[in-house]
Design a binder for this molecule. Structure first.
Ligand code: AMP
Length: 138
């Protein structure tokens, strides 16, 4: 397996070299807003320690990340009055992964509403307001 590259963009976020809109943080994990949101409330949960994805993550990293995913997913569902939540997680380029630091996507979902296409920058004021709504529900 390819080695972890500490120049990936989420490693830079963890080191404070790139800004992020934080939703939740604890000793082991960080949750922040995706800047190209495919749903209102689209956010990402990452471990604070290095691993590329699920394939090389250790049990402690996975346990910590999943605990935060559950916490934030429930808050996001409440914040947006959602009917459900979609989790996405990609492993290696062939699996759809673009940033090689383990992350889970959290998407609040409403009946009959499709996710938007990937790759369009979001409106930062809206993203910040969505983060605040999730934080308020935590
Ligand atoms: P993937 O590796 O396919 O799960 O996709 C990486 C995700 O990271 C995409 O949804 C991007 O919109 C998101 N992303 C990339 N750069 C940033 C950033 N600086 N802050 C927040 N989200 C980002």
């Amino acid at each position: 397996m390819t080695a972890y590259d500490d120049q990936n963009i989420f490693a830079k976020i963890l080191r404070g070299e790139i800004p992020n809109v934080t939703v939740y943080e604890d000793d082991d994990t960080l949750c922040f807003m995706d800047i190209m949101p495919r749903t209102d409330g689209h956010c990402l949960v990452i471990p604070k320690t290095p691993c590329r994805n699920v394939l090389d993550a250790n049990d402690a990293q996975l346990a910590a990340v999943m605990s935060t995913v559950r916490k934030v997913a429930n808050a996001a569902k409440t914040a947006f009055g959602a009917d459900g939540v979609t989790l996405q997680q990609f492993n290696e380029a062939a699996g759809g992964q673009e940033v090689f630091h383990l992350h889970f996507h959290i998407h609040p979902r409403h009946e009959g509403v499709s996710m938007r296409p990937a790759g369009t920058m979001g409106d930062m004021d809206a993203i910040k307001a969505h983060a605040e709504a999730i934080r308020a529900a935590l």
